[in-house]
Design a protein around this ligand. Structure first.
Ligand code: URA
Length: 206
């Protein structure tokens, strides 16, 4: 299976995963000057939100989704009635991948094989949290959860069953919305909000 590597035994607590990812050098991203960013939220959250990887601010702050994309995510969670504090928020890739340009660190998308390697940690988190629903933000998160690359526009809006009875919902990444403007931005923002609202509805159902 994609991403199934010969690691040591899977950590059995979130704390142990947090410690282990800091030392992880299974892909080159861990060799950069960064710190691992562990997921955060209740150990038995019904909803897990998965992003791509920590950005510059998350790397400095050591928490997921606290920079510009995180602020936009928070705004839409509030608007659709999803409590972030009741949600487990994490990333497909645990270390920030960047290239240094002067003083700035420019975000670099992780490669498929880096996502597939880091998937092992996300699976360890899933085994502990056992969320009923997972919301994947963007293509990297979707790849991590599905083990293959999918088109967001084709898979959004419908639940995808995962093993263990978990339902996967896929939507765009909030950074994508931040890069758009005008009508395109409005259209994508509406789709994003509708996807979150559908997840909120689903959470209330079961
Ligand atoms: N983008 C992500 O995908 N994850 C974060 O934690 C922050 C920005």
């Amino acid at each position: 299976e994609t991403g199934a590597l010969e690691f040591e035994d899977k950590p059995e607590t979130l704390g142990a995963i947090g410690t282990a990812i800091e030392k992880c050098r299974k892909c080159p991203i861990g060799e950069l000057h960064n710190q691992a960013v562990m997921g955060e939220g209740p150990r038995r959250a019904s909803l897990m939100i998965v992003g791509e990887q920590p950005g510059d601010q998350e790397d400095q702050g050591g928490r997921p989704f606290i920079g510009p994309a995180g602020q936009l995510l928070d705004e839409y969670l509030t608007r659709t009635g999803i409590e972030r504090s009741e949600t487990y928020v994490t990333n497909a890739v645990k270390h920030f991948k960047y290239v240094q340009r002067g003083k700035r660190r420019i975000h670099q998308s992780p490669q498929a094989k880096e996502i597939d390697t880091c998937r092992w940690w996300l699976e360890a988190e899933r085994d502990i949290v056992k969320p009923r629903l997972i919301l994947a933000l963007g293509a990297s998160a979707a790849r991590s959860l599905l083990g293959k690359t999918v088109s967001i526009s084709k898979v959004r809006g419908e639940p995808i069953p995962l093993e263990g009875g978990t339902e996967l919902w896929v939507t765009a990444h909030p950074s994508y919305l931040l890069r758009l403007d005008g009508e395109a931005q409005e259209k994508q923002a509406a789709l994003f909000e509708a996807d979150l609202a559908a997840v909120r509805e689903r959470l209330a159902q079961q």
